[in-house]
Design a protein around this ligand. Structure first.
Ligand SMILES: [Zn+2]
Ligand SMILES: [Zn+2]
Length: 453
């Protein structure tokens, strides 16, 4: 059997369009469309048989029932649905009616071919519609993680009507706009600011409670619905969501500090995820200025447009932390005793049983963490300032207090007196084996005004 015999057998199954005639031969002659393959085969068979040339169009095709001729109209509908949405990459998916898939199988069987040889109508339309969307918008196909995904449901329109009117109803097109991401570092220059918004524990965030005369403002939060007036998330999120013209935003932090701790130094990495953004490339410098101009106790720095992978990066990347702590002692301590206790902790491996203050829904376990470095100065006989550089996950308040024996060794244990952190600042969050800020995780060019740590 030659290709021409196979084509003749396909033509004998009934009227088929060029695309459906060519698609069983899709693996031959790279660089042709299935429509071009089908047209060439039809021409060659007609010449070979010395028949009149009378091609069947998509409207007559019993296999695709006309859908192969609707790529232009579908592409127009997709581009229409995406109007106003900025995107650089896209993907097109097609849902094909089961009846058409059955026709494809039957046609190949009737022609004596393998039932799944060549290419399906689904793949044909994905590619042909995709190419048209690309040339109309200048965007590029991305099968992995496109900015936008258009899913076409062929059953939502009549192919013959679409061929007639050269249009496809927008109801047939479902456009998904994938989230966009902004990376940065935040500083918390005031205490008592949580990282993420914290709904009131009494009213659950409603801001209301049930009184004798019906609903009244929640006594606990004063009606705001929140435990604290603001949060890092609430400071950053509205600006980023607005700059990207998105629906909503989600804050992802590289760990978090206690609510009563400040976050200083170069700040803590975070990613703000914006859902359904209409714009994906706001100017990070302007965005940063807008946030910092409006913010109270929070500052942001080094904003960049980030990839999807940056979310997992900030959440999973191992980071060491630097701290500055004000420490109060139960009994007076002298300088040399403090120094030798700190020397003993310097480089020590600390065993920490889950602290009492930590959420007791979390599993209790003992873990080992390294104190990379620690030093300090006595300010008064009963107070000191201590600087610690520790492995990620080291509980600093417990390293100082000993947590009633749950952390070993500890400063309190070595000094044989009570020791308590009265004020804590996080002064550094640094990737353990490499920085957070690798260029592979960014979508924009490096900024000239930031050293990038
Ligand atoms: Zn067809
Ligand atoms: Zn409340």
């Amino acid at each position: 059997m030659t290709v021409l015999d196979d084509a003749r057998a396909m033509l004998a199954t009934g009227p088929v369009c060029d695309s459906c005639l060519g698609s069983p031969f899709a693996e031959r002659s790279f660089g042709l469309t299935n429509g071009e393959r089908g047209r060439a085969l039809r021409t060659a068979v007609a010449l070979d048989d010395d028949d009149d040339f009378d091609p069947d169009g998509p409207a007559d095709c019993w296999v695709c029932e006309g859908y192969c001729g609707t790529a232009d109209a579908i592409a127009d509908a997709i581009v229409g649905e995406l109007e106003g949405t900025h995107f650089e990459t896209y993907q097109v998916g097609t849902r094909v009616p089961p009846l058409v898939e059955e026709n494809e199988r039957l046609a190949r069987e009737d022609a004596g071919l393998e039932p799944d040889v060549g290419e399906s109508v689904k793949r044909e339309l994905n590619r042909e519609v995709g190419r048209r969307v690309g040339s109309k918008t200048g965007a590029e196909v991305d099968f992995d993680r496109p900015d936008v995904l258009a899913v076409v449901d062929l059953e939502a329109f009549d192919p013959l009507e679409a061929l007639e009117s050269e249009t496809v109803t927008s109801h047939a097109v479902d456009v998904q706009v994938n989230p966009a991401f902004v990376y940065g570092r935040y500083r918390k220059i005031e205490r008592d600011i949580p990282q993420t918004e914290w709904p009131c524990r009494e009213c659950g965030g409603s801001g209301a409670q049930l009184g004798d005369d019906g609903e009244e403002p929640c006594e606990y939060c004063g009606g705001s619905g929140y435990m604290y007036d603001t949060s890092v998330e609430q400071t950053v999120r509205p600006h980023v969501v607005e700059a990207m013209d998105g629906d909503e935003g989600k804050f992802h932090g590289a760990g978090r500090e206690d609510v009563d701790a400040r976050m200083l130094g170069e700040g803590r990495p975070f990613v703000l995820e914006v859902k359904r953004p209409q714009r994906r490339d706001p100017d990070p410098v302007e965005l940063e200025r807008a946030i910092n101009d409006a913010a109270g106790g929070v500052e942001v720095d080094g904003l960049r447009l980030a990839t999807y992978e940056m979310v997992e990066r900030v959440k999973e990347h191992d980071a060491s932390k630097r701290y500055r702590a004000d420490v109060a002692f139960g009994d007076p301590v002298d300088e040399s005793t403090l120094k030798s206790a700190l020397e003993e902790l310097d480089g020590a491996t600390v065993e920490q049983y889950t602290p009492q203050r930590v959420d007791h829904r979390r599993a209790n376990l003992t873990r080992e963490r390294t104190v990379y470095g620690i030093d300090g100065d006595l300010l008064e006989p009963t107070s000191a300032e201590v600087h610690v550089h520790g492995e990620g996950g080291l509980y600093i308040k417990e390293l100082i207090s000993g947590d009633e024996g749950r952390t070993e060794p500890s400063l309190a244990g070595l000094l044989e007196t009570d020791a308590e952190v009265t004020a804590l600042d996080v002064t550094g969050v640094e990737g353990e084996d490499e920085p957070f800020e690798l260029e592979a995780y960014f979508r924009d060019d490096p900024r000239e005004d930031t050293a990038g740590s």
